[in-house]
Design a protein around this ligand. Structure first.
Ligand code: NI
Length: 161
């Protein structure tokens, strides 16, 4: 396993549509998934989409640190959403930046897991938010596209004396 470099805002790959994966069991896909999990954990992130590590494949990993993760979603499709609420959000491709936006409170998503099995997940709150954020990435959409005007905050890491 290896930690991969995160592509940051301004890198054009973040604006591209990722392609469906049809060879889930292939070794390089499995290695990519392992690396994405290691990378998101190393960055203390909640989620990561493959194009954030420079690979245009429809793969996301999510871990909300509730003991059930990490969750791997391949070719995810959001089937239903329910409710909405205002949330604060950041992104590993936008270091130290946060904004508020409206996300669904609940989502139902269909995807394949890393074994190639079709799965369906009902998620709410932070897990639902992460699924929306990461599936947006796969379509080249970023959280700043949807942020409520005037809510972008840039938090500078404290200077070390
Ligand atoms: Ni992101």
């Amino acid at each position: 396993m290896a930690i991969r470099n995160i592509r940051e805002n301004g890198d054009e790959i973040l604006r591209k549509r990722a392609k469906e994966v049809d060879n889930i069991k292939e070794e390089r896909i499995q290695i990519l998934i392992d690396d994405m999990i290691e990378t998101v954990h190393a960055m203390n992130g909640v989620g990561l989409a493959a194009q954030q590590v420079g690979v245009l494949k429809r793969i996301v990993v999510i871990d909300i640190y509730d003991g059930n993760g990490p969750v791997v979603l391949i070719n995810p499709v959001i089937l239903k959403t329910k409710g909405e609420h205002e949330v604060e959000e950041g992104c590993l491709s936008f270091p130290n930046q946060y904004a508020k936006l409206i996300r669904p409170k609940e989502v139902e998503v269909e995807a394949f897991n890393r074994e190639g099995e079709k799965i369906r997940i009902k998620a709410k709150d932070l897990f639902a938010q992460a699924i929306c954020h990461e599936t947006d990435h796969l379509n080249g959409e970023l959280f700043v596209d949807k942020m409520l005007p005037g809510t972008l905050q840039i938090v500078k890491p404290e200077e070390i004396e």
